[in-house]
Write a protein that binds this ligand. Structure first.
Ligand SMILES: [Zn+2]
Ligand SMILES: [Zn+2]
Length: 138
């Protein structure tokens, strides 16, 4: 029996390449990306990659726990690598980019009591303003 091995292998390689390129785009970004941004950035390395494939690949990477979603207070969904540790996001209101911030400006400690007997376990924070590039351009 002659199995059509070659097309199957190259299809698998193509899928692996798409997955690698998409995770590389997410890894090298300065903050979490929208699907549209991921789609636009993969066009340079994988021309002709469709947005449906980007969505499908994002679901696969999320199932494999390599990436995770970030849902901003605006309701916008973005994607970032898993396991980044405690960090926050800065949303530039001029260029609309979202940046990772390593330093945490929140002073309330985990386990601290706030208000009328509430015990803090975690917090989320999104800061808004202007990024260095937009300040320079202004
Ligand atoms: Zn900006
Ligand atoms: Zn924090």
């Amino acid at each position: 029996m002659n199995h059509p091995k070659t097309p199957r292998v190259s299809l698998g390689q193509r899928k692996t390449r798409q997955r690698d390129e998409i995770s590389e785009v997410i890894r090298s970004a300065q903050g979490p990306l929208t699907v549209q941004e991921i789609y636009e950035r993969t066009q340079q390395s994988v021309p002709g990659l469709g947005i449906a494939t980007v969505y499908r690949t994002l679901n696969l990477l999320q199932e494999a726990e390599q990436i995770q979603t970030v849902i901003l207070p605006t309701g916008e969904t973005r994607y970032e690598m898993s396991g980044l540790g405690h960090h926050h996001h800065f949303h530039c209101r001029s260029c609309n980019e979202v940046y990772d911030l390593d330093d945490c400006p929140v002073t309330v400690q985990t386990g601290a009591a706030v208000g009328e007997g509430f015990v803090v376990e975690t917090h989320e924070l999104t800061l808004y303003g202007l990024c260095p590039e937009c300040i320079e351009a202004a």
